[in-house]
Ligand binder design. Sequence first.
Ligand code: MN
Length: 206
Amino acid sequence: MVESKKYTLPALSFEYGALAPFISEKQLTLHHQKHHQGYVTGANALLEKMEKARSEGSDLDQKALLKEFSFHIGGHRLHTLFWENLAPAGKGGGGAPAGTLAEWINRDFGSFDRFKKEFTQAASSTEGSGWAVLTICLGTQRLLLMQVEKHNVHVYPGFKILMALDVWEHAYYLDYMNDRAKFIENFWNIVRWDVVNQRLESALKS
Ligand code: MN
C-alpha cells in the first residue's frame, strides 16, 4: 500500500531576486512564502479535517469543504505551474517559443504576436482575482486560452495547462501598484518557453 502524503510548497528553481527588475525579490518572496504557502497550508488543514471527521465518524459539510478545498488546490497547482514556466530574463526566460509550440501557436493563433495580444487581453480582463492560462484541448488538438477566476472558476476540466500567469493583485502590487498591464507586458521577458514547449509535447504523448 502506498502511503498518502500532504501538500508541500515546491522550491523555486531560481533565487528570489533572479526575476528582477520584472518581479522584485521582495514581491516574489512574499508571493511564494506567504501566498503560495497559504494555499498549501489551507489544503493540508482541510485534509486533516477530513481525516479527523472520518476517524470520529462525524459528518463533514461537503459543500463548504469542497468549495474551499478546490480554492486551495487550484491555488497550489496554478502557482506551481506558474513558477515552473518562469526563468530569469536572458537565462531561459523571454524571447520566443520554438519547436512544436511555435508551430502550434502559429497554426492556431496565426502568429506569435497575435497569440501575445490575445493572451494579454485575457490576462488584462480577468475579473477580480485570477489567472490567464494557455491550455490544450486534446479532443480537438487545439491550443486554447482559459481565464480562471480565483483559482477554480471557468476551468476546463482535464485540459492540460501549458502556461500560467498569475494576475491577482498580490502577484504584482508591490512592484507595479495598479498597473496590471505593465506587469503583463513584462511577463514576456521571463516566460520559460522551453518548459511550455515540453508541457505541450508531453500532453501530445499522453
Ligand atoms: Mn498568486
